[in-house]
Design a binder for this molecule. Sequence first.
Ligand code: ADP
Ligand code: MN
Ligand code: MN
Ligand code: MN
Length: 356
Amino acid sequence: MASANPFQKNANLLAPYMQLDQRGKVQAEYIWIDGIGEIRSKTTTLDSKVKSLQELKEWNFDGSSTEQAPGGNSDVYLRPAAYYPDPFRGGDNIIVLAECWNNDGTPNKTNHRHAAAKAMEQAKAHKPWFGMEQEYSLFDVDGKPYGWPKGGFPGPQGPYYCGVGAGKVYARDLIEAHYRACLYANINISGINAEVSPSQWEFQVGPSEGINMGDELTVARYILARVAEEWGVKVSFHPKAVPGDWNGAGCHTNFSTEEMRKEGGIKAIEAAIEKLGKRHKEHIAVYGADNDLRLTGKHETGHIGEFSYGVANRGASIRIPRHVAAQGKGYLEDRRPASSVDPYQVTGIIVETTLL
Ligand code: ADP
Ligand code: MN
Ligand code: MN
Ligand code: MN
């Protein structure tokens, strides 16, 4: 039977084709961040298995169709930055994460990876580690929150966070598929949990060092969008995807340096927090659009207008986890970034503010 949802692939029809021999050729899915921060991709055929990044060609696309270039000068270049096993095609097929470059040799306005990679290079002696907690919300293709009763609302928040059981948890199959696909792709995915609002979830990536954080989070977002596409479900990274008394979605960014992870590292953590406090506005400026709808001081957030921090305080800008305070070393959690944040911008500015 044909799929009722035109956006959904028909697994039964596709399966025999996916088993056909590729005759030694490899499919490389180039992915990049577009003009509105979403991921785009296109595929090219390679003659053989890829063994190093250098083997991958620079490619290009029509930037006027992705809000990345004007129509009169539309070519944007894709420079391979990293590659991963492709969980959708399997075998030797790969996902290629690419940076966007303009034809005059400057980074495209969407390419925040380039500046972040420079900062990471300058700060590499500190061995900066990040762990990002990506929250997101699921929607039906008709635009209603996924699984919510049509024309009504689910019961108030309470049973859904880390919920188990029918009526408390939504789309576990999709989430499970994403988790396994990330593991297959060598993404350092460290966990998942159902979130406070129904059909809202979180996955965590990290700890990952330097520029790898942004790379792995970007690929994990791509994999999520692809898996959800097969389920006929939309993923929203909007920080307040459902208005009203429902938790918004953030992308808490955990951060440490070698010094913070060593005995007595709490001193370095406190010094970093002091520096972060002095640049609150600059950070907020790159922590994602519409974040003011989320950082209200309610729903486990600190208010967007003021910087605060505290041990185990989920209503602060920066939280020092209880176990970190107890051990006197570890990491800090920046709770301000919106779920839609560009991971290169957040990791880049944290390194810039605290280490450079
Ligand atoms: P929360 O209690 O805030 O929900 P999570 O368990 O969801 O915390 O996420 C914690 C994150 O912190 C994970 O992404 C993990 O990789 C990251 N993390 C753990 N240790 C470190 C560290 N030393 N430096 C940076 N990030 C870390
Ligand atoms: Mn978390
Ligand atoms: Mn969370
Ligand atoms: Mn957190």
